[in-house]
Ligand binder design. Structure first.
Ligand code: COI
Length: 355
């Protein structure tokens, strides 16, 4: 059934000996096996499933010094004994390769990537949690492995996939968001559109400051004018204004979220008007004040959809959303999760069933 994937007897034993803990949150419990595939001499080697273990790397390994790294976030679903299902895995594959291209890394063939993530969901199917909103979070990633302190692109890489039985990333009903007006996440010509660790590393100081001020997430504005709304370091942004669903138009500084794309389609199918445009923070705050903006929410693979209760300035000025539990957000979330979990009809052919 698999053309590339090789599974060691030790990996099978590790799966047989693993018990899913009764409680888990996001990304803490890790499945007992992992996938490894090395790129050298211009080609990808064997795709191996081995027991989960630490990896040994030379301290001069490029990823440690120059951050040449990319990743994806995706999920396998097995709620109420349905599935297992994967959701649009080809989209993750193509975004992975866009990130690879931007970061000067080797691209990975579709069949290797798809076998790797399908194999992890398949062999770990007994560890897919079965409550609504829970899933097996899959983390494909690639690191640069040349051993050399010179600043030049690596020509060897390690691709790996981990799996983690996970609850929702954000467990609160809604979040308070800090409008970040000092730092920038991404600038034109930079790496903002790539899913690379450095973009997340660069956001951490702002999230520490937001947390200190009592807020949960950072809202990033465009680097040059600090005026257009971009994203929330790992989540895309939406607002409902006069009944129309708005989201920032993609630029090279915004991650092209797969959940974002799905929500646009789902909202259209549900009859909402959708507007993708450059959204000015100054206008949005006025629209929250005059109550024409009734909801803001954020979305991503890990977080699904989370309503935003307040947008806050550093000095504490707060713009509260009347409908913080968001009726549109609720409807979109129920529809998206229903499709992903096989409880609603998959009219867009987004779901792949693993045999
Ligand atoms: C995802 O939604 O999968 C992400 O990559 C976001 C990360 C912050 C967990």
């Amino acid at each position: 059934m698999y053309k590339h994937l090789q599974t060691s007897p030790e990996a099978i034993l590790a799966i047989e000996n693993f018990n899913l803990p009764s409680s888990f949150d996001f990304g803490k419990v890790i499945c007992p096996v992992m996938i490894v595939c090395d790129f050298k001499n211009g080609e990808w080697g064997a795709l191996n499933m081995i027991p989960y273990q630490t990896i040994s790397l030379d301290p001069t390994c490029k990823v440690f010094h120059y951050g040449q790294e990319i990743f994806e976030g995706m999920k396998a679903y097995g709620v109420e004994d349905k599935g297992p299902f994967l959701f649009r895995p080809e989209e993750n594959w193509s975004r992975f390769n866009l990130s690879a291209e931007r970061m000067g890394m080797a691209e990975i063939p579709k069949d290797i990537f798809i076998e790797a993530v399908s194999g992890m969901a398949d062999y770990n199917r007994d560890f897919i949690p079965n409550n609504i909103g829970e899933s097996l979070y899959l983390r494909p990633f690639m690191i640069a492995t040349d051993n050399h302190l010179g600043i030049r692109p690596s020509i060897t890489f390690k691709f790996m996939v981990l799996a983690s039985p996970s609850a929702e990333y954000i467990t609160s009903d809604y979040v308070k968001v800090h409008i970040q007006r000092e730092y920038a996440r991404a600038c034109p010509g930079g790496t903002g559109r790539a899913k690379t660790g450095g973009n997340y590393a660069g956001s951490l100081k702002a999230s520490m400051e937001a947390n200190k001020l009592g807020f949960h997430q950072t809202l990033w504005l465009d680097a040059l004018h600090k005026e257009s709304i971009e994203e929330l370091s790992g989540m895309n942004f939406f607002a409902v204004i006069d009944g129309v669903v708005h989201t920032p138009k993609l630029t090279e500084t915004i991650l092209d979220g797969i959940t974002r794309r799905c929500l646009i389609k789902i909202a259209q199918n549900l009859g909402y008007e959708i507007k993708e445009s450059h959204m000015k923070i100054s206008e949005l705050l006025k629209q929250i004040e005059d109550k024409s903006c009734t909801e803001c929410f954020m979305c991503g693979t890990a977080s699904i959809i989370v309503p935003i209760a307040e947008l806050c300035e550093t000095d504490g000025t707060s713009y509260s959303l009347t409908y913080s539990k968001g009726q549109v957000a609720k409807q979109l979330r129920e529809t998206l999760l229903g499709i992903q979990e096989g409880r609603l009809e998959d009219t867009e052919a987004w779901v792949t069933t693993l045999l």
